[in-house]
Ligand binder design. Structure first.
Ligand code: F6P
Length: 341
């Protein structure tokens, strides 16, 4: 069998672990040929690929990023390119294509599958917002990085009696903010799923200081918004990939808290630090299992589906189901987090 593999969209710790696992299972067990397309779907469109063998994936399990490179394609371009992509894949004699990516990549995978291409998707994103899988790899790593950052910020905040406003990734879903905020014992957590009132944060900080505490940490997701009329903060324009250009909620909120409290408040934007570097053991294992199951699915002819984690099991779910809606933080998870403020 000739298998094509590509990584598309924002990178994520664990991508290399999937590539390695696909190659090991496919080459070692089935004697397959694996072609790695470069820079996501762009490589498939332009015919840029390399043959991947066991040597080519040696030593990459713990390496962040992706050895194949990644890119985003604009939605409209992708839609237009779909027929062409399917043709290219057929010309290369691809018997199974394994695109590894987030919501945009899997939507394209679904379109390719609808166009008749044998596709097995593998979900990835540090945001953990893909429905139909309990977890995506990369999330555990990002939560670990954000948690460690907040642990560190607490000691310096306390020395200077400051409020730290830590902005983490999460456009539409606040999973990173929720779990890193909980793990680090943040005193306030703001999620995209629920508009916040800065007055509540002011109250929380004042109450802490009145009890003799000398600092506070607020964890805010980049996609969080203040409730209507509570603070000046505009919605950003939409870029060519259909993403909102954020106005910097961490910085805006820190200034707002400083103004209202008369205490120093510092914004800390963690940004792409959360996506870089070596994956955690959990993410390496999940990524490796996804790669193994993707190859098995290809050999069973189980196409138009993606790997998913359900409890402790890896199962296959229809791509159509996976990309219909984002998995956002449910209300009961927010309530659990509130109880630790
Ligand atoms: O979707 C993953 C993600 O890391 C988001 O959390 C973040 O908003 C976005 O990608 C950033 O993308 P880029 O690398 O294009 O700036």
């Amino acid at each position: 069998m000739r298998i094509g593999v590509l990584t598309a969209g924002g990178d994520c710790p664990g991508l290399n672990a999937v590539i390695r696992s696909v190659v090991h299972r496919a080459v070692d067990n089935y004697g397959d040929e694996v072609l790695g397309f470069e820079d996501g779907y762009a490589g498939l469109l332009d015919g840029r690929y390399r043959s991947l063998d066991l040597n080519g994936v040696s030593g990459i399990l713990a390496r962040g990023g992706t050895i194949l490179g990644s890119s985003r394609l604009e939605r409209d371009r992708l839609r237009e390119a779909c027929g062409h992509l399917a043709e290219e894949a057929r010309d290369f004699g691809i018997d199974a294509l394994i695109p590894i990516g987030g919501e945009g990549t899997l939507t394209a995978a679904r379109m390719l599958s609808d166009a008749g291409l044998p596709v097995v998707g593998v979900p990835k994103t540090i945001d953990n917002d893909i429905s139909s899988t309990d977890r995506t790899f990369g999330f555990d790593t990002a939560v670990g990085v954000a948690t460690e950052a907040m642990d560190r910020l607490k000691t310096t905040a306390e020395s200077h009696q400051r409020v730290m406003v830590v902005e983490v990734m999460g456009r539409h879903a606040g999973w990173i903010a929720l779990e890193s905020g909980m793990a680090a014992g943040a005193h306030g957590i703001c999620l995209p799923e629920r508009p916040f009132d800065p007055a509540d944060l002011v109250k929380m900080v004042e109450e802490r200081f009145s009890r003799g505490k000398k600092f506070a940490v607020v964890c805010v997701a980049e996609g969080a918004h203040p409730a209507e009329g509570t603070m000046d903060y505009g919605k950003g324009a939409i870029d060519q990939f259909g993403h909102e250009r954020f106005q910097g909620i961490g910085t805006a909120l820190a200034y707002e808290l400083e103004r209202r409290l008369g205490k120093e408040a510092k914004p800390v934007i963690l940004g792409h630090v959360q996506r870089g570097g070596t994956p955690t053991a959990f993410d390496r294992v999940l990524a490796t299992r996804f790669g193994w199951h993707a190859v098995e699915a290809a050999h069973r002819g189980d196409f138009g589906r993606m790997t998913a984690l359900k409890g402790n099991d890896i199962v296959m779910v229809p791509l159509a189901e996976a990309v219909t809606e984002l998995k956002t933080v449910p209300k009961d998870r927010m309530l659990e987090a509130e109880s630790v403020f």
